[in-house]
Structure formats: structure tokens, C-alpha cells
Design a binder for this molecule. Structure first.
Ligand SMILES: Cc1cc2nc3c(=O)[nH]c(=O)nc-3n(C[C@H](O)[C@H](O)[C@H](O)COP(=O)(O)OP(=O)(O)OC[C@H]3O[C@@H](n4cnc5c(N)ncnc54)[C@H](O)[C@@H]3O)c2cc1C
Length: 467
């Protein structure tokens, strides 16, 4: 049987691998030349180098993503830099490090030894987290993160220093708007799991190389095949009870793993039904929030003490930087030596990334002014870490629809659609996660499982009929 997958983001490629594993032949259609969707490499002309579309981190709790890499024969331990969760501000005013104690003591000790919080604030964080755990990580429906934190007695300072950066990083939605239940799910997976579940994993290679590009070479044996057609945007979708047509090509089923607006454009071409209209409405209900990533090319590697550090943003001064990532601190001593020996020509070793989640206010200002203000922000807030090397180039990437706004009460569509032979996958489906990589990978897996269930029961029916 032949299955089509529309979109080679993490959801579509996850679906393709599972379908191929189950013995189906799969063709993936991807509009772009690069694989990975919103988590892919791009070529920066100004830096003349291959950089990520945006800095991404994974968590130890991303079990399906790690399992998928293993399925593809990849060594995730070598490809991802893994370290216990560490939230440390560049100016040294705040620091929280998860130590080596087993769960849940790892968290309690991390919070009790955190720098920059009063003893009362530390106890309140622990009390709130433990009470959430006792409620099985369930929060009253409709609550925002801000309402939940205030009800849990969190001070303005602890919200600003601890909860807000976590919520923005996980949901890309500010605490006053973000859905408390989705945030609780992130806390459940990371803080409520084993000590390793809240490890932070930073890719050592670019996001397309991490695993998406390996899918084209996945060949688990058997007569079926898996191919990826890059640069092929699917424009037309039609379906009958016996087959699906994509731009005139026939398949037994399709997984539409495009982003929600593009999936909407394709699905609305299908025969209108009442349930179809309701389904389309659920796809049109999303609103989106941008993320910006500023890559600065330095004249030499910086050697920061950690690959990921917290910045204090001051939007009124256009200092929008929230997180600072240093590629050189991910490199081994010999890799760094090599980079320095080659006269600083190893571009990646000399790059730092500054992440601006919820970049809506940043986008109201001229980019040149923002870059200058963030560079000044770095110089001011990293003084204790030694002089910042000179900036020799920069690139700003703004993903306008980086994630959907994770608002309370948002109803997300399931993988099953009202149309026969058509399924969807993507971080926007009803995964229980916010818009994150692990949600996308799980959505792809769930769509593949649903295809298999439906096709095997319909072939069984055909066999019974023919008897
Ligand atoms: C800047 C940024 C930073 C992020 N940081 C993190 C992070 O640190 N951790 C984390 O877990 N998540 C992060 N995310 C979220 C994460 O990237 C997404 O959740 C995930 O990549 C979504 O994958 P997807 O497959 O669902 O969708 P997409 O990646 O959007 O994939 C959809 C694919 O479909 C293709 N397509 C669309 N229409 C068609 C068509 N008609 N025909 C053919 N192809 C089509 C698109 O080109 C695209 O490749 C971040 C996102 C951004 C933008």
C-alpha cells in the first residue's frame, strides 16, 4: 500500500518512519528544499554559513524523539549535548542547578540552593509544585499561568525570575495569557519525571542533520520504499472512498503534516460535510506568536561557562534578549583547538545565539536598532564573564508563526479527520503538549498508528467480503 505524507517537518518525518516501519511504501512531499520544517537549517547569506532556523533545545523527557533517533540508527548521546537543568543568569544574580540527587530530591535541593530567591520564595515554589503533583498535574480548566501562580502565592519577583522564563521558553506565550494546564503538562514531564527527564539537550549539529536528513536513507528491509520529494508543494487534494489524490497522483491514504493554515487550505478542497466544516473551523482557530533568533558572528570563540545562560530583558531599552547560547562551550577541547588553529575559520565555534520568545514587541522596532541594543545588552550583562569578542557579522531570523498561542480553552483537532483515508499530524494537533518538537514527533507517530488501524481493518473487511 502507498501512503503520502505532506510536509517534512518533525511530525511528517516521524509519521513517515513509523509507516515505513509498518511495511507501507511512503512518499513525503516537502515544499522546501530543506528537511525539518520549523526545526531545520537555513543558509545565511550574510554569514555565509549554514545555521538553524532558530535555536532549539530538547528535554530528557522527549522520549519519543530520542527513540526515533535510535530507530534511525543514530547515537543521540553523541549528537546532543546533555546536561542537568541549569538556569543561570549572565550577571550572576540568579542561579538554579539540578544536582545529582535522585527524584524528587533533585528538584527540592535545586530550589533550596538557588541563588537570588528568598527562603520564603523557595518554599512557595516547592509547595506549589508538590501540590500540583498531588493533583496529578491537573489544573482548574480555563486558568492562565499567571492566575495559577497568584493563587499559589508566588511573588512578583519569583514569577519574573523563575516562572516567566520557563513559561515563555516552553509555551512561547506570556504568563498572563498562557494556559496553565499545558504548562502543568510540561512540568509533569520534566520536573515530575526522573532526574534525567529535566536534562537539557542541545543539538551539536544543525537541526536538519540531527535526524530529519537521515530519514531519506532509512531502509529497514522488505519490499516497501520511502522517498522524499523536496521542493514539491502539494496544491490539490481530492479523496474518494477507495483512494486519495494529491496533485493527480493516487495513494491509499495521506497524512497531512503541514502547518495548520496549509493543512486547512488542502482539506477545504474536500467534499463539504457538517463534520468537515466543524473540523476546518478548529484548524482556523489558532493564533500565532513569533520567535526571533539573533545569531552573532564573533571574531573568536567566547568560551562562556555554560552553553545556555539567562539574560534579563529590558524591552523599554530594546534589550529583548532572553537566552544566550554559546556554540563554543558545546565543543570538546580538541574541537576548539582545531577551530582556533584554523584561524577562527570554524564559523560555528564563533557563533552565539540570542533567543527572543514572543517577539511581537521586538518586531515593532527597526531591526538595526534592536541588534545594536541587544549587543549592548550582552556587553552590559556579561561583564563578569570576561570581555565579549568583537562582533563581525549577524543574522536575524524571525519565524512569524513560530508556535500557536497556548491559550486556555483552545480546542485542538485530533489526528483523525472526518474524511476517509485522510489523517493529519503536527504540533498543533491534540497532543496534550504545547507547540514543541516532542509533540510533533508524537503526533506523527499517532497519525501513523491511526492509518495502520484503519487500513488493516478495511483490508480485513475486504477479505471477509471476498470469502
Ligand atoms: C524559532 C523557533 C524555536 C523553537 N524552539 C523550540 C525548542 O527549543 N524546543 C521545542 O521543543 N520546540 C521548539 N519550537 C517548536 C518546534 O519547532 C515545532 O513544534 C516543530 O518544529 C513543529 O513541527 P511540525 O512538523 O508539526 O510542523 P512544521 O515544522 O511546520 O512542518 C510542516 C512542514 O510542512 C511543509 N508544508 C506545508 N505545506 C505544504 C504543502 N502544501 N506541500 C508540501 N509541504 C508543505 C512545510 O514546509 C514544513 O516543512 C521552536 C519553533 C521555532 C520556530
Amino acid at each position: 500500500m502507498n501512503i503520502a505524507v505532506v510536509g517534512a517537518g518533525w511530525a511528517g518525518l516521524s509519521a513517515a518512519v513509523r509507516l515505513r516501519q509498518k511495511g507501507y511504501s511512503v512518499v513525503v512531499f516537502e515544499a522546501s528544499r530543506a528537511l525539518g520544517g520549523r526545526a531545520r537549517h537555513v543558509h545565511s547569506r550574510t554569514l555565509n554559513s549554514r545555521i538553524d532556523n532558530g535555536q532549539h533545545i530538547l528535554l530528557g523527557a522527549y522520549s519519543e524523539t530520542l527513540a526515533l533517533m535510535t530507530t534511525l540508527g543514530l547515537d543521540s548521546a553523541a549528537l546532543l549535548h546533555r546536561a542537568p537543568l541549569s538556569l543561570e543568569s549572565t550577571d550572576g544574580s540568579f542561579a538554579l542547578h539540578v544536582g545529582s540527587l535522585p527524584a524528587p530530591l533533585h528538584l527540592i535541593s535545586a530550589i533550596m540552593t538557588a541563588r537570588g530567591l528568598s527562603i520564603v520564595e523557595r518554599i512557595r515554589i516547592i509547595t506549589l509544585t508538590r501540590s500540583l503533583q498531588r493533583r496529578n498535574w491537573k489544573v482548574k480548566a480555563g486558568l492562565t499561568v499567571s492566575q495559577w501562580l497568584h493563587q499559589g502565592g508566588q511573588s512578583a519577583q519569583v514569577i519574573c525570575r523563575f516562572w516567566e522564563p520557563l513559561c515563555l521558553a516552553a509555551l512561547n506565550t506570556p504568563v498572563q495569557d498562557a494556559c496553565a494546564q499545558l504548562f502543568a503538562r510540561v512540568l509533569q514531564d520534566s520536573l515530575g519525571g526522573s532526574k534525567e527527564a529535566c536534562d537539557v539537550l542541545i543539538p551539536r549539529v544543525d537541526l536538519s542533520q540531527l535526524w530529519p536528513e537521515h530519514v531519506e536513507h532509512y531502509a529497514p528491509g522488505g519490499p516497501a520504499s520511502l522517498s522524499v520529494r523536496r521542493g514539491k508543494a502539494v496544491r490539490h487534494l481530492a479523496a474518494t472512498s477507495t483512494q486519495v489524490e494529491l496533485d493527480g497522483m493516487g495513494f491509499d491514504a495521506v497524512v497531512v503534516a503541514a502547518n495548520a493554515p496549509s493543512a486547512h487550505r488542502l482539506l477545504q478542497q474536500l467534499a463539504p460535510t457538517q463534520s468537515g466544516d466543524l473540523y476546518l473551523e478548529s484548524l482556523a482557530r489558532f493564533t500565532y506568536i513569533p520567535i526571533a533568533t539573533l545569531t552573532l558572528q564573533l571574531e573568536r570563540p567566547w568560551h562562556l561557562p555554560a552553553p545556555m545562560l539567562l539574560l534579563t530583558d529590558k524591552p523599554e531599552q530594546l534589550q529583548f534578549g532572553q537566552w544566550l547560547f554559546d556554540r563554543s562551550s558545546l565543543m570538546t577541547a580538541s574541537e576548539l583547538q582545531q577551530a582556533e588553529l584554523t584561524d577562527h575559520q570554524d564559523y560555528a565555534a564563533c557563533q552565539i545565539n540570542i533567543v527572543i520568545s514572543d517577539a511581537r514587541s521586538m518586531m515593532r522596532h527597526p531591526l538595526g536598532d534592536v541588534v545594536a541594543a541587544i549587543t549592548a545588552q550582552l556587553q552590559q550583562q556579561t561583564r563578569r564573564l570576561g570581555p565579549m569578542p568583537a562582533v563581525v557579522g549577524h543574522e536575524v531570523i524571525v519565524e512569524k508563526r513560530a508556535t500557536f498561542a497556548a491559550l486556555p480553552g483552545l480546542k485542538r483537532p485530533s489526528n483523525d479527520t472526518p474524511w476517509p483515508r485522510i489523517w493529519v499530524a503536527g504540533d498543533w494537533t491534540d497532543t496534550g503538549y504545547p507547540a514543541v518538537l516532542e509533540g510533533a514527533v508524537r503526533s506523527g507517530r499517532n497519525a501513523a498508528n491511526a492509518v495502520q488501524r484503519a487500513l488493516s481493518s478495511s483490508s480485513l473487511r475486504n477479505v471477509v467480503r471476498s470469502i
